[in-house]
Design a protein around this ligand. Structure first.
Ligand code: SF4
Length: 433
């Protein structure tokens, strides 16, 4: 198993139109095609009804077994490697610190988000359990088997956090509760804290409260799009998908009340057509409410409705990563920053010495997400290579070394005096783990 695999569209130095950012008018998803009725709702898997035999790794040359939550869950390839379920090696990472569990059904997610590999429009092309998501395969495993492995010694587990990712399905609220109970019956949440990546569309405030009562620690809402227009275009009416900005905010505010300060947050994908000012204003709003933002760099997921579009240029991404870290953890404010007429950051609004120290610590450029056991600003959820290939890392799933800092500074056009970065030099100077 490897994270170095062929890609469809690779990130270029520039975005749409050769700009150093992805503009709204250049980032329109293509329209979903009509699915033949005999391929809708997981019919192929349900008709064949092949009994699952434990662990299943996505294969396109055999009939996909009929697997269903809460008995089965899917997990990232990184989690499966860390659990020892598949052999493999990840570029410069020994393991992942977050066990991401994804609910699974032959019918799959009933939403149609334009950037997502799990989206409904793929039903004709690929069975749900075989779909790529954030660039990797998601093996399916019996939930009891996952718990058996982790419960042997939770304190010594490599995982600093477990996260249940809900999808849009009529059973996902109930099954999330069952999966959570299967876990907490045998694993103390104090040993491995639990996050919920929610699906607001089917949820009520009572659902949020129940998940809190049952021991989950952090609740996040995948807003993904930074503005209402972008949300509607990529996750709502624009792609025949059921989500609404209003409902997402309603559940986010419920989570704020129920989970409390620092224990709720939102996912945001950067580079789908919003401006840097848009996204950093949203980050500020979340901080002012007492929450956090978890960032993803847009990558054209193979098979998604946006797979023909350019990945986020690295300079746009680095400016937003840095701005988000300053707002989220360093007390900086978006209203102290300055932006150009295209909404790009031109001044972070803090003294140069502080800015230099923040860049050189490297934490701002690591994967962002719910914290683990190292520090509040270091995410357990490291999602190795979920938003970029290892050859051009967007979110670093490991602590940056000097060569990485020089690369990031080069991308920010903020090289230190007398220093430079030569493309690819990190592959020559650093040994693989
Ligand atoms: S709701 Fe989530 S899993 Fe479903 S298509 Fe949208 S982003 Fe993908």
């Amino acid at each position: 198993m490897t994270c170095l695999k062929p890609e469809g569209t690779l990130p270029g130095a520039d975005g749409a139109d050769g700009l150093d950012f992805n503009r709204f008018d250049k980032m329109a998803p293509r329209a979903p095609e009509k699915t033949p009725s005999d391929l809708k709702n997981g019919k192929r898997v349900k008709t064949n009804d092949v009994a699952p035999e434990g662990f299943y790794f996505p294969k396109y040359n055999i009939l996909t077994p009929h697997m269903r939550s809460p008995d089965y869950v899917q997990m990232s390839t990184a989690a499966a490697i860390t659990l020892g379920l598949v052999p493999g090696k990840m570029h410069r990472c020994g393991c992942t610190r977050c066990l991401n569990l994804l609910l699974t059904y032959p019918e799959g997610c009933r939403a149609n988000c334009a950037y997502c590999g799990l989206a409904r429009h793929r039903e004709a092309e690929r069975d749900y359990a075989d779909r790529n998501f954030i660039r990797v395969d998601w093996p399916a495993v019996p939930m009891e088997e996952v718990v058996d492995i982790v419960a042997r010694d939770p304190e010594a587990s490599p995982f600093h956090r477990m996260c249940i990712s809900m999808i849009t399905h009529p059973n996902s609220d109930e099954d999330t509760v069952t999966v959570l109970k299967t876990w907490t019956d045998r694993i103390d949440p104090a040993a491995i804290p639990i996050s919920i990546l929610s699906n607001p569309t089917t949820m009520t405030r009572d659902d949020v409260a129940l998940l809190h009562e049952m021991g989950s620690d952090i609740f996040t809402v995948a807003l993904d799009a930074a503005t209402p227009e972008l949300f509607d275009r990529t996750r709502g009416k624009g792609v025949q998908s059921p989500h609404s900005w209003k409902k997402y905010w309603e559940i986010l505010m419920d989570a704020r009340d129920i989970f409390g300060p620092q224990k709720f947050g939102a996912h945001i994908i950067v580079g789908m057509g919003e401006t840097e000012h848009d996204v950093l204003s949203l980050v500020q709003k979340l901080v002012d409410l007492g929450g956090h933002s978890h960032m993803f760099c847009f990558f054209p997921e193979k098979g998604s409705l946006m797979d023909h579009l350019p990945a986020t240029p690295r300079d746009q991404w680095r400016r937003v990563q840095l701005g988000r870290y300053l707002i989220d953890y360093c007390g900086a404010r978006v209203d102290q920053m300055r932006f150009d007429e295209d909404g790009r950051v031109i001044d972070f609004g803090i003294p140069k010495s502080e800015l230099d120290a923040t860049i050189d610590s490297g934490i701002a450029f690591r994967t962002s997400g719910c914290p683990g056991k190292f520090a509040e600003d270091i995410s357990a959820c490291d999602r190795p290579y979920g938003d970029s290939p290892p050859s051009d890392i967007a979110s670093y799933p490991f602590a940056l070394e000097d060569v990485d800092i020089r690369k990031v500074r080069h991308q920010l056009r903020m090289d230190r005096p007398g220093e430079s970065y030569v493309a690819g030099e990190e592959f020559e100077t650093l040994d693989e783990n």
